[in-house]
Design a protein around this ligand. Structure first.
Ligand SMILES: [Zn+2]
Length: 500
């Protein structure tokens, strides 16, 4: 039977302290939670409706609760950590073995390489990859050359026929699109119908020529502003997401010397806006993800001085919500992955304590663990997903609240998502594995291993250890950069040496 929403009932529930004794969590603070659940709107109005999600989650954590939240079911057999299979899965994730996936994920190539290579390094198997070939590919994705002069592009017959020299990557990418997909782009295919009058012809041709010139100018401007940035693949537009992945990959291989570092710094710094936020690329989308990408990239290059860090912190503060979490932009919903990027940026800036209530946000993050499966979700009332083992746990590490998670149950959830035949880790049990969930599952296990020795209850004589101790077989991971800690130590030492 479905009951209507009754605020009073939920508050009665919260007011009963006897129900709040959940192991490994701080004592329930009724007063604090009431204020946490009150959203202050404009004109002094306040709303308490948010008690709904929080209380149902809490109810579900009690054995006598009748409420069933969305959750996944774990299989009856959970394998130990299948490291060898995961290495084989990632090393074998080649264009030849996955031609369709390879073709349709070209726009994610740089990120995909970062996920796979980091996972391999966490498992101590990075030497199985062709280091020089990868470094060469990454270097070729950097927009290094000065943009083509306007006159050259403007006069380009190739632009009209849409086959442009590969060195004009931006123009080539744009010119390969159908003209109707491009703002103000001239349509050179359709022209004017034969029944048009000469004067209409002339006007149309003049308008088309003006539009074409304006369009070429836009391409030249876009090309100039991309210098130093990295595309996801060779010839792709530069973006801060692929630029950070490129820098992270070069950190893994200790080959930052392979790129034009100064141009990279200039590209990333050029993305900061007057309000402290960052756009991802020349087309102007703002997102707190880009704040972390920019700040992580510059700190790995030892060049945080190239941006206004205080302004960046102020923008992130402006995206904080009443529940302690963070969103993409001011006013947008709290989400665990946005919490990660904001906390990561604040950690790099050394501003966590000035901006965050560690207990309040730690509580919201701990609430992401689901009662049945032990997996973590990204928002209330969503299914668990292995990748949140990274977004949530790394955030709790940065808050020094990792111990608020039931580590053994989460480790079991991650292990239950392994593909015991093909290798790799999926988002949920029985789903298809992929490099993205593989790296974040492994990184999550690595963080869980920080919580100490395994519990004897989760060991199995036949199949090895299943549980927290599985993480001990993986290198320690840095909770801000998602890179092995030894890589971060080496990069930070390099930056220190260069400052001398
Ligand atoms: Zn996921």
């Amino acid at each position: 039977m479905m009951h209507p929403f009754t605020n009073k009932k939920h508050f009665e529930y919260f007011d009963d302290d006897s129900k709040s004794n959940i192991a490994a969590k701080p004592k329930f603070d009724t007063e604090k939670t009431h204020s946490l659940l009150t959203l202050h709107g404009p004109n002094g109005a306040s709303y308490n409706f948010t008690s709904c999600w929080c209380s149902v989650n809490r109810q579900a954590m009690h054995s006598d609760a009748s409420y069933e939240s969305k959750d996944a079911t774990l299989p009856s057999t959970i394998h130990p950590l299948l490291l060898k299979k995961h290495v084989e899965f990632l090393v074998g994730y080649t264009p030849a073995n996955n031609p369709y996936e390879y073709a349709v994920t070209e726009h994610l190539r740089m990120n995909g390489m970062f996920w796979s290579l980091t996972a391999l390094d966490l498992m101590g198997a990075l030497d199985q990859m062709d280091r020089e070939a990868i470094v060469t590919f990454v270097r070729d994705c950097q927009h290094r050359n000065p943009p083509a002069p306007f006159a050259e592009l403007e006069a380009s017959e190739a632009l009209r026929s849409r086959t442009v020299d590969a060195s004009h990557a931006t123009a080539a990418a744009a010119a390969s699109l159908p003209s109707q997909a491009l703002p103000n782009a001239p349509d050179t295919n359709t022209g004017v119908g034969s029944d048009a009058t000469p004067s209409t012809d002339a006007r149309t041709n003049a308008a088309q020529e003006a539009a074409r010139q304006k369009y070429v100018k836009q391409l030249v401007a876009a090309s100039a502003s991309q210098r130093g940035g990295f595309g996801a693949s060779i010839g792709h537009d530069a973006h801060v997401l692929s630029t950070l992945s490129a820098v992270q990959i070069l950190c893994l291989f200790d080959r930052l010397d392979a790129i034009d570092e100064e141009a990279t710094v200039a590209f990333v710094a050029s993305l900061q806006q007057p309000d402290g936020s960052f756009v991802g690329d020349v087309w102007g989308e703002v997102d707190t993800r880009f704040s972390l990408c920019a700040m992580a990239c510059l700190s790995l290059l030892g060049r945080l001085d190239a941006i206004d860090v205080q302004a960046a912190v102020r923008f992130i503060q402006s995206t904080a919500n009443f529940d302690g979490g963070f969103g993409r932009v001011p006013g947008s919903e709290s989400h665990a992955s946005q919490v990660y990027v904001c906390l990561g940026a604040l950690t790099i800036a050394g501003a966590v304590d000035a901006c965050v209530d560690r207990d309040q946000l730690g509580w919201w993050l701990a609430e992401r663990q689901l009662p049945k499966s032990g997996g973590l979700n990204g928002r209330p009332e969503k299914l668990p997903d292995v990748c949140y083992s990274w977004w949530v746990l790394s955030s709790m590490c940065m808050l020094d609240r990792l111990q608020w998670i039931d580590a053994e149950r989460l480790a079991k959830f991650i292990l239950a998502c392994q593909d015991d035949v093909a290798g790799g880790i999926a988002d949920r049990p029985d789903d298809m594995s992929d490099p993205y969930h593989t790296v974040f599952g492994l990184a999550g296990l690595s963080l869980l291993a920080r919580l100490g020795a395994p519990d004897a209850k989760v060991q199995s004589d036949q199949e090895g250890v299943v549980g927290v101790s599985a993480g001990l077989a993986i290198k320690p991971v840095n909770s801000v950069y998602c890179l092995p800690q030894d890589v971060i130590d080496r990069v930070m030492q390099r930056n220190k040496d260069r400052r001398k």
